[in-house]
Design a binder for this molecule. Structure first.
Ligand SMILES: NC(=O)C1=CN([C@@H]2O[C@H](COP(=O)(O)OP(=O)(O)OC[C@H]3O[C@@H](n4cnc5c(N)ncnc54)[C@H](O)[C@@H]3O)[C@@H](O)[C@H]2O)C=CC1
Ligand SMILES: O=C(O)C(=O)COP(=O)(O)O
Length: 507
């Protein structure tokens, strides 16, 4: 992949100063503007190649669509639910986070809330400030021997488990991805949610916010829990349904809640926060010097590494780019785009093609072509869709653009026979006609090996201006289908072909 050029970055929230310093040391102009209203951000964002946020900036589709130059949205933290990742992907913008920078801090706050819930520390502290000395009211219960249910056994869930085990808690959990034997190795027995709810004295949630996790704890699931269960949400507002939580607190089904996050932040609706059995924080999970230093530094270094073409870390919507940082991959991407452009120029139909098959072929000794199949597919599509009006395809958005246009994409890899070497073959269907081409990289240069039925004796270098001829074979070559000839406008065209130039392209 050609390095992505980022010359200017807007930081729209309070991010550790190391972030700015690192970006500036690497020649990136940085502007910091906090508390911008949506309209201000829409007006401002046009001028920047990059945007760095935490959780308060809602990077909605309107903002993304107004961001004509934006190439990256960097999240100095974990959750990207404040970014419309689909809209960013469609626009070809990378979304990147720093997934482990604040893990320990979020886990520690979760533990602090669990401990506070068991011993009423915040309520007792408040009572002391009011001049009271109430030892009876704040009778607590030990954590030792109690059951903690952890829903979401990723980075934070794991850290919470090990810390609470040291208090003598039994840790059980559920996660659809983390294998039970993995969580068992750090002391968490996995089970279904149906089995988990009735066993827990405490439940803590550590999942991302997504449709499948909205309202994980709701009226129905609270009813399945032990009476008086205490719950903690240090992940995202809405994973525990707020209205259901108020009802469970009122009925005593829930004995207390520790909340760091809310559906609306700051919350206008205060009934939950004001409930005597609720302790809450204003989204402080990542608010430690250490976590902020890590996240600020990580996001800046990740952006710089990407700009310098070294590596791509933390991208949540552009996995295809991760393996495009070698010289070899740059050439293969150029090849894919060029083969796509050549084929696109051969289709006469105004309507985009309906189906494309990309086959990478490599010899058995190296699996370079095999690992390139993903980005080769995307780069061929970029070449094919580049000239379609309304499309600005790149490796990030091209698969979703193709899908939206109803183009069926098939990618396969096969082992080449004999000395065929590394080849990329493309076949597309447009208006029921089939068009095919194949190419490879020879001596560092992308070349065309075949176009239609014409196999070139001399591979055609895919660089600069190419002139295409579609012509009947010369009289000496009998009964051949019309085939293609390619030549450079500056050169005398291939003598074996007759006919007017079909078109020219620049690759
Ligand atoms: N309060 C705060 O300031 C902070 C909050 N967070 C939030 O904490 C959450 C977790 O962060 P990490 O542990 O770093 O993420 P992670 O990606 O390491 O772990 C999330 C886990 O949730 C699991 N999961 C997904 N759907 C699930 C479902 N339906 N039921 C059970 N598990 C499910 C995933 O398989 C994954 O293992 C995120 O929402 C993040 O935004 C993170 C940092 C600070
Ligand atoms: O990283 C996360 O997911 C968090 O929730 C932390 O948010 P913040 O960076 O403190 O606004």
């Amino acid at each position: 992949m050609a390095p992505i050029s980022i010359k200017s970055v807007l930081i729209s929230e309070s991010v550790d100063p190391r972030c700015r310093a690192i970006l500036e040391e690497n020649g990136i102009r940085v502007t910091e503007k906090q508390n911008m209203k949506k309209d201000e951000l829409i007006a401002e964002i046009k001028d920047y190649d990059g945007l760095v946020v935490r959780s308060a900036t809602k990077v909605t589709a309107d903002i993304i669509n107004a961001a004509d130059n934006l190439k990256i949205i960097g999240r100095a933290g974990t959750g990207v639910d404040n970014v419309d990742v689909d809209a960013a992907t469609k626009k070809g913008i990378i979304v990147m986070n720093t997934p482990s920078g604040n893990t320990i801090s979020a886990a520690e706050l979760t533990c602090a809330l669990l401990m506070s819930l068991s011993r009423n520390v915040p309520q007792a502290a408040m009572s002391m400030k009011q001049g009271n000395w109430d030892r009876k009211k704040f009778m607590g219960a030990e954590l030792f021997g109690k059951v903690l249910g952890i829903v979401g056994l990723g980075r934070i869930g794991k850290e919470v488990a090990s810390r609470m085990q040291s208090f003598g808690m039994r840790t059980i959990g559920y996660d659809p991805i983390t294998p039970p034997e993995v969580s068992a190795s750090w002391g968490v027995e996995q089970m279904s949610l149906e089995q988990l709810w009735p066993q827990c004295d405490y439940i803590t949630v550590h999942t991302p916010l997504m449709p499948s996790t909205v309202g994980l704890l709701n009226d129905e699931t609270f009813a399945k829990c032990k009476k008086g269960v205490k719950v903690v949400n240090c992940a995202r507002g809405g994973i525990i349904d707020e209205a259901a939580l108020v009802r469970a607190l009122e009925s005593g089904q829930c004995g207390g809640a520790g909340l760091d996050v809310f559906v609306e932040e700051p919350p206008k609706e205060r009934s939950l926060i004001n409930h005597p059995n609720v302790i809450s924080c204003p989204h402080l999970g990542a608010s430690t010097k250490e976590a902020q230093a890590r996240c600020g530094e990580d996001i800046a270094l990740q952006i710089v590494d990407m700009v310098q073409g070294k590596k791509l870390v933390g991208a949540v919507n552009a996995q295809v780019l991760a393996s495009t940082f070698s010289q070899e991959s740059h050439q293969l991407i150029k090849l894919g785009e060029a083969v796509g452009a050549v084929l696109q120029s051969c289709t006469t139909s105004k309507k985009p093609f309906s189906r494309v098959e990309i086959t990478t072929q490599g010899n058995t000794t190296g699996d370079c072509m095999k690992s390139s199949t993903g980005y080769m597919t995307s780069s061929v599509l970029v070449g094919l869709l580049n000239h379609e009006s309304g499309f600005c395809p790149n490796l990030i958005n091209v698969l979703s653009l193709a899908k939206e246009s109803g183009i069926k994409v098939n990618q396969t890899h096969c082992v080449s026979d004999g000395n065929a070497g590394d080849v990329c073959k493309v076949e597309l269907t447009a208006n029921s006609c089939s068009y095919k081409a194949s190419g490879s990289v020879q001596g560092g240069v992308p070349v065309l090996l075949q176009l239609g039925d014409s196999v070139f004796r001399q591979p055609v270098s895919l660089a600069g201006n190419l002139l295409f001829f579609k012509a009947s074979a010369s009289p000496q070559k009998t009964n051949r289908n019309p085939s293609y000839s390619v030549n450079r406008p500056a050169l005398k065209r291939d003598a074996i072909y007759e006919g007017a130039p079909l078109h020219s392209i620049k690759v």
